[in-house]
Each structure stands twice: as C-alpha cells, then as structure tokens.
Design a binder for this molecule. Sequence first.
Ligand SMILES: [Zn+2]
Length: 201
Amino acid sequence: MTSDVLVLNRQFYAIHVASWRRALTLLYLDHANVVDEEYRTYSFADWREMSRTLRQHPAGFVTTPSFRIAVPEVIALKIYDRLPVSEVKFTRRNIYEHYGYRCCYCGKELPTDMLNLDHVVPRSRGGATDWSNIVTSCIPCNLKKADRLPKEAGLKLLLPPTRPKWKGSASLVFRANFRVRQSWQKFIDNVYWNTELEEGR
Ligand SMILES: [Zn+2]
C-alpha cells in the first residue's frame, strides 16, 4: 500500500504529506485526529469503531490480528507541529496572518476580500515586493494612498512592515511527487494563499 495522507495543522492548514504508517502512528499516539469530508474529527478509538461499519474506503484498510482500520486520507495534528520550516514564506496567507488580517494604516480587522496588499514605497518609486515594504491595507486606505508615500497621503502606518519572526507552519511543505487525492482538494484549494509571491523590485 502506498497511500499518502494529507496532514493539517491545528488550524486545518495543509502542511505536510505523510505515509499512512506515520499517519496511523500519530493517530494511535493521540497526536492527531482523522478529518472526514464534513470536517468531522475522529480519535483513534472513534475511527477504529467507524472503520467497522465501512465496506469500502478510498485509501483501503490495514488489518491487524485484533482489528481492521481504514487508512485515513486527511489527519489534523493536535500537537504543536515541529516541522522544520526555516523561515516564514512570503505568501499572501502569511502576510495577512502576520498583520492579523488588519489594515496596517487604520488598524481595522477585515475579511480577506476587503484587504489588499500595499507597497509602502510605491513600486513606481522602486519599492520592493518583500517583507520590508509590503503591508495589508483596507480598500479605502489603499485608494487614499494611491501611488504615494504614506505621509504624502496623510496616512500613518499603525503597523509598519516587518519580517515575521515566528516559524510559520501555514505554508505547504510538500514532497516533489505525490498524488493529490480528491478528498484533499478542499484543504489545498487555497493554494492561492500559500503560493510564494515573487519578491523583487
Ligand atoms: Zn484602512
């Protein structure tokens, strides 16, 4: 059996692809729960019980002398995930996260579709696209600022651009080759948010 299992962190972000052995070990040790299509979670005992009622399962079953258990397709870690992520990737998700889904000019907390990424020093003046010059901004502040420096537009940065210090676990750490299972799709269709943005000037 070669089934891979999608691993989510505690916030349900896809962070990793693990072997089914590793996934079952994490489940058995109570370090992870199985996540089903309806976002329901199952402990090892619940999942083992649930497996008894299944005739078929897309990822198959593992049979031991005492029980048979379905191979989960998606699990979510319960513990702090110590994945080796060296630095926080420059992705939309991480930028929004870093600034707490707030407009860095007026401080308003907003849903993602009401926030933009803003070049503090406009691109037209050589402002870089990286952590040192990108902040999140609401649309009104963004319009007000336009192609100017904040002070030229009468705006003040409540949250100046900074490079995050936390070790991000929100970015996908994927091996080169694995098959994306259908059940993973809903967890990774936010690739838009997790794709590294091109840094530069
Ligand atoms: Zn604003």
